[in-house]
Design a protein around this ligand. Sequence first.
Ligand SMILES: Cc1cc2nc3c(=O)[nH]c(=O)nc-3n(C[C@H](O)[C@H](O)[C@H](O)COP(=O)(O)O)c2cc1C
Length: 330
Amino acid sequence: MNPYRFCVAPMMDWTDRFDRYFLRLLSRHMRLYTEMLTANAVLHGDRVRLLGFDAAEHPVALQLGGSDPAALAEAAKIGAGFGYDEINLNVGCPSDRVQSGRFGACLMAEPELVARCVDAISKAVPHLPVTVKCRIGIDRQSPEEILPRFIATVRDAGCAVFIIHARMAWLEGLSPKQNRDVPPLDYSLAHRMKAEFPALTVVLNGGLHSLDDALPHLDCMDGVMLGRAAYHNPYLLADVDSRLFGDRVPPPSRVQVIERLLPWAEEQVGQGVPLHCITRHIIGLFQGQPGAKSWRRYLSENAHKSNAGIEIIRDALACVVDSDLARAAA
Ligand SMILES: Cc1cc2nc3c(=O)[nH]c(=O)nc-3n(C[C@H](O)[C@H](O)[C@H](O)COP(=O)(O)O)c2cc1C
């Protein structure tokens, strides 16, 4: 089965290693992405803290940001040493900080530079897929014209997988958050890119709220990538293995997910990880269920306390079960 069929998007401050471990409990087959790390952070920062991850997270891709081919190549080599399954280059992030460093979405205007980066990374980690996550264009570009040229140029440097966030980034005037919502989505252009480049793996990203939203795109695309929906309502991922990968193993219940999380969470807390670093990512697990509010509130009010241990998660679960029972009895 195509390993890119279902991916969870790289999200800064969200898809850290704690979130990814939790998400992995919901689907064995989906592909996970790290938050973007700049090449410089990898080269000069605390590598174990930035790059360390749990073997259970596989398959997991390291997303890098940068535009210096040599620095990216070196960072990719370091990432490969940590065991990542893919190196993904960020050509979609619109933040100011990133523009001033000349990387992220502004590189949509410099396909030759992106090609040089991909070439350098591919040579540094020849055993790993080197992929690109891009927009359909920026500012005053015409996506219809520039996107096929961008893809062809970067493909010729060795990139065989493109993840297309199917909206432009308007770098002049919109905040990063607005740039995830305001420019209109153009799914049909992404579909046309797959038709025009059938040998490439093309993954669609942007504005997909559920598996029902995502599934029809798989008729013509190789994969779909969900970001915010997967983060805010992670339980939607429990159906990924059966609905997208034909896996016959029944989806875990929410309670089972938490039960499987607890031993690992206990180990992490034992190693000095503050409990809230884990619980902040599991707040949405019961979204739409009776007791969701008590779950959220209990975790938010208690996980920050000093010496908070995993009993906080157990107690929060008891709130959900109690409110379930209360509902059933009413
Ligand atoms: C909080 C947050 C942080 C993000 N950080 C990154 C990032 O580090 N790298 C990246 O390529 N995209 C980043 N994105 C964009 C997402 O990967 C994705 O392209 C975007 O949210 C659209 O998908 P969605 O509509 O399914 O959320 C981020 C999005 C959010 C909400």
